[in-house]
Design a protein around this ligand. Structure first.
Ligand code: ADP
Ligand code: 5GP
Length: 198
């Protein structure tokens, strides 16, 4: 199962994903490649594979990414090999990728559960980014500027979740994942004998 979560920077994606993963041990978070610098608490290979722009460009030329995009002036991409390896081991994979990446995945017809996390309003988004304090002021401004454009992709998603109260957002996301596991699209593979009936 592939679960895609997008949303503007600071909306709470990482916070939500951490909580969902604590309770769902069969879900792994896709570790993307990026050219951005690590934040103080981030570890190479756990949060991202931090690479030079040249390495990233060599990887795109070698078609090693399922999708890739330039987000907030940095490059980010999902490794095909990494995802295949986890899926072969039987894990469900959760992707924290931006709206351009999801647009590419949609174009390829990849099956999955597509969730957009929306802030209660843009003021609240600005407060959350400031509170996190991981970006310089000019980078915060760029991330806020990009938020409107990112939210304009809402039609590409199956589910829109407003992250107002964290607890209810987590319940919403877990319910969505559970519901997706029962959809015809997802269950069909496991229930092949139903095809023999009709
Ligand atoms: P993202 O991964 O989308 O960039 P983060 O998960 O880093 O966002 O969250 C940004 C900030 O907002 C963090 O300081 C986090 O603790 C806070 N936050 C997340 N969800 C909520 C919420 N529902 N209410 C208030 N603050 C939140
Ligand atoms: P951050 O720098 O805050 O970790 O992430 C910035 C943005 O990049 C977020 O919107 C996140 O969803 C997106 N992102 C992270 N990894 C990938 C990826 O592999 N592909 C794409 N398209 N976006 C990504």
């Amino acid at each position: 199962m592939k679960i895609f979560i997008s949303g503007p920077s600071g909306v709470g994606k990482s916070t939500i994903i951490n909580e969902v993963m604590k309770k769902n041990k069969n879900i792994v978070l896709s570790v993307s490649y990026t050219t951005r610098s690590p934040r103080p608490e981030e570890k190479d290979g756990r949060d991202y594979f931090f690479v030079l722009k040249q390495t990233f460009e060599e990887m795109t030329a070698a078609h090693m990414f399922l999708e890739w995009a330039c987000v907030h002036n940095q490059l980010y991409g999902t490794s095909i090999e990494w995802v295949n390896e986890k899926e072969d081991k039987g894990f469900d994979v959760l992707f924290d990728i931006d709206v351009q990446g999801v647009a590419q995945i949609r174009e390829k017809g990849v099956k999955g559960c597509f969730i957009l996390v929306v802030p209660p309003n843009l003021d609240e988004l600005s407060k959350r980014l400031a509170k996190r304090g991981t970006e310089a002021e000019k980078d915060v401004a760029l991330r806020l500027e990009n938020a409107r454009r990112e939210l304009s992709y809402w039609k590409n998603y199956d589910y829109l979740v407003v992250n107002d109260t964290l607890k209810s957002t987590i319940t919403d996301i877990e319910s969505i994942i559970r519901a997706y596991q029962c959809t015809k699209e997802f269950s069909e593979e496991k229930l092949k004998w139903l095809h023999e009936i009709g």
